[in-house]
Design a protein around this ligand. Structure first.
Ligand code: KG4
Ligand code: ZN
Length: 338
């Protein structure tokens, strides 16, 4: 594939991130400025606060990414930016920065889909082989995506209510864990008994690839409420383990079902912030190794699972090769589809 040096910008939610990527594979820099501390006390991302932080940080993060890469904007072949999906005010900061750099330095602009970015993050680990199946699990998305070939995305299943990361964050709130709770809940779950509490495995036997997580969250809420009413203590480790076992079981079951029906698939990609989950990584690896030994599982390292600009830069490399450039009057698209 052609050579490229791409400056990539990601501001779809609460991380201001800028990366410089060479040839779609090599990360020369990938700066991620997290705003988590500012959102923690609200128990979730406050869109206005996110936009303000992006505005305050974006120029500095661009400078840091360039400095670490040893390159300046004039060296770039293109500027890439996340166009959506995400928070409109947050996206707009990145899109405006990207358009400005493209205009001032006369560089082509590449408008990247954030979800394509999560999937293509795996390309920074190994070359992708098609057809492949990807499970995107994040704070805003739970989607099973079939890719027949490069940049062809077919969503074969998705959540009918909460995203799995959102359910983790809500359950974490019930258990008084800091936001975002996924990581803490995962740690707690490792110390508990997954069979201690009954949490429903919603939609697990339905003949589709869809998910539902809000019932699991409600079951946790009811368990805590009923225990309080009876004057009983709940065991947070056991409740975390029981919730995690339910969430992981439905994800792994639907992933297996998708692979049973698409026997032509040669790689399975786990993508998004919840791909950091130890239970999910473990169960998925075991299931694939036993049931689908010919399918190669790719799970990016933790720093590439959460939101970051390297994943935007590596996706943009394909768009650059295809000359899939955008006009400089593009806007942020908060509901952008894959
Ligand atoms: O992809 P991401 O960084 O941002 C979105 O695009 O949403 O994902 C963030 C989500 C949060 O809901 C967070 O609680 C969850 O990923 N998360 C985890 C773990 N680490 C992060 N969920 C479960 N287990 C983890 N270890
Ligand atoms: Zn994301």
């Amino acid at each position: 594939m052609s050579e490229s040096l791409i400056l990539a910008i990601e501001t779809s939610c609460d991380e201001t991130s800028v990366a410089v990527i060479r040839d779609g594979r090599e990360i020369l820099s990938n700066i991620v400025a997290s705003q988590i501390k500012s959102h923690m006390r609200f128990g979730g991302v406050v869109p206005e606060v996110a936009s303000r932080h992006h505005v305050e940080q974006i120029t500095q993060v661009i400078d840091m990414a360039l400095e670490e890469s040893g390159h300046g904007v004039p060296d770039m072949d293109a500027i890439a930016v996340t166009q959506g999906p995400g928070l409109v005010g947050a996206l707009l900061v990145g899109v405006t920065a990207g358009k400005s750099l493209a205009m001032v330095y006369n560089k082509p602009l590449l408008a990247v889909n954030h979800l394509a970015g999560h999937i293509y993050a795996s390309q920074l680990v190994k070359p992708l082989k098609f057809p492949l199946m990807a499970l995107i699990v994040s704070g805003g998305h739970t989607e099973l995506v079939y890719m027949k070939e490069e940049f062809s995305f077919e969503i074969i299943g998705e959540t009918q209510d909460d995203a799995v990361g959102e359910a983790y964050d809500k359950v974490g709130r019930i258990l008084d864990l800091p936001y975002p709770a996924g990581k803490y809940l995962d740690e707690l779950a490792g110390k508990g008994n997954p069979e201690a509490y009954a949490i429903p495995r919603a939609m697990i036997h339905e003949d589709n690839f869809d998910f539902s997580f809000s019932g699991m969250k409600s079951a946790v809420m009811n368990t805590v409420h009923n225990a309080k009413q009876r004057g009983d203590e709940i065991v947070p480790e056991d409740l975390a383990a029981s919730f995690q076992a339910a969430a992981v079981e439905v994800l792994v079951e639907k992933a297996s079902k998708a692979l049973r029906e698409h026997t032509e698939v040669c790689q399975f990609i786990l993508a998004g912030g919840v791909a950091a989950n130890s239970g999910l990584r473990g169960e998925l690896s075991t299931r694939l190794a036993t049931e689908f030994p010919d399918v190669e599982l790719i799970i990016p390292p933790l720093k590439l699972c959460g939101d970051n600009a390297a994943m935007i830069g590596t996706s943009a490399h394909h768009m650059f090769a295809d000359k899939d450039f955008s006009e400089l009057d593009i806007n942020a698209i908060p509901g952008l589809m894959l």
